[in-house]
Design a protein around this ligand. Structure first.
Ligand SMILES: [Zn+2]
Ligand SMILES: [Zn+2]
Length: 326
């Protein structure tokens, strides 16, 4: 449901039901399924109770059968490149504006076959998204360490941030905290309508900052979806991408279908200027981690050399690159 971007409210009903069921002894769940008393539990309604009852009876719930019947790749044309992607540098948990715990994001990334996932919750100024203060981020890093201890090494949840690019091009987190992270995505979220000249200075300053590894959704546009549409910000793309190429900062190919950012013309410009790229999901829920299909299709269509896409790299090469300018 998440990968098909169904309504959050309907998805949340299933996640809530799962949270209610998980801690209960299996015997109780089976008894309630048999008695028809599952709906007495908080967070379980008729449709989630039906799915649980089917599962107890060894029947695949009808809803899941339907979803799985339509579950092929989300986009055509990028399959070969998609198979080469080893991870994702941009994802959110419920520490900021994502819908699920970071453990669940990590588990789903493992299921998808990723070697790594960078957790990039928002920075403090983005209050609407419950951005993390330096203190909360420090706490999150401890949780990430604990999660990795349980995962055994074949997959790593990497430490990151989607840090706001402030009006003057500085980054919205302390240098000390930024230095403790593995990967930093820098994005513009405010004053998207700024004039082109100051916007260019702002973005170039952020790219020149040695902490920046990835320039997130560079134009900020929205092309479809329930948040409506938003035009792309105005800036001198040649100047910004030249700075990216010189600094070794990756231009993000944001896979979310409502963003499709950068637009094709800019994607080709960045390609011609010699930039690195990062194909990211910007997932706010586990199922959305699969959206890389869209980005892989766009990168393939633009004829981008896979070796210039940092998310095709092995984890250690990626980490060396991300630490190189510090
Ligand atoms: Zn963002
Ligand atoms: Zn994001």
């Amino acid at each position: 449901m998440e990968r098909q971007r169904e309504e959050t409210r309907r998805i949340e009903a299933f996640r809530k039901a799962a949270r209610t069921i998980l801690p209960l002894p299996e015997e109780e769940v089976r008894r309630r399924a048999a008695d028809g008393t599952l709906t007495e539990l908080t967070g379980i309604g008729p449709s989630t109770a039906a799915a649980i009852t089917d599962a107890c009876n060894g029947v695949v719930p009808e809803r899941l059968v339907k979803l799985e019947a339509t579950a092929g790749p989300l986009a055509r044309g990028g399959e070969e490149l998609r198979a080469r992607l080893r991870g994702d540098l941009h994802s959110h948990s419920d520490w900021s504006d994502g819908g699920s715990p970071l453990e669940e994001m990590a588990m789903t990334a493992m299921e998808l076959g990723h070697d790594y996932l960078v957790l990039t919750d928002h920075s403090p100024r983005l209050r609407v998204a419950n951005g993390l203060s330096a203190e909360r981020l420090a706490r999150q890093l401890g949780v990430v360490d604990a999660v990795n201890e349980h995962l055994g090494g074949s997959f790593t949840l990497l430490k990151g941030i989607e840090v706001d690019i402030l009006d003057d091009g500085s980054l919205d987190q302390t240098a000390e905290m930024l230095g403790r992270l593995d990967v930093r995505v820098a994005s513009v979220h405010s004053k998207l309508k700024m004039d082109a000249a100051p916007m260019t200075r702002r973005m170039v300053a952020a790219v020149r900052n040695p902490h920046t590894n990835v320039l997130g959704h560079c134009t900020g546009r929205l092309v479809t979806g329930n948040r409506g549409v938003r035009p792309q910000s105005q800036f001198d793309a040649k100047a910004v991408f030249t700075a990216c190429a010189e600094e070794g900062v990756a231009v993000e190919i944001n896979s979310r279908p409502e963003r499709r950012d950068p637009p094709t013309r800019l994607l080709e410009l960045a390609r011609d200027l010699g930039c690195l790229f990062s194909i990211d999901s910007d997932a706010h829920a586990p199922g959305q981690l699969d959206m890389l299909d869209y980005g892989a299709a766009r990168a393939t269509e633009a004829g981008i050399d896979p070796d210039r896409i940092v998310t095709t790299w092995e984890r250690d090469r990626l980490l060396d690159w991300a630490a190189a300018r510090l």
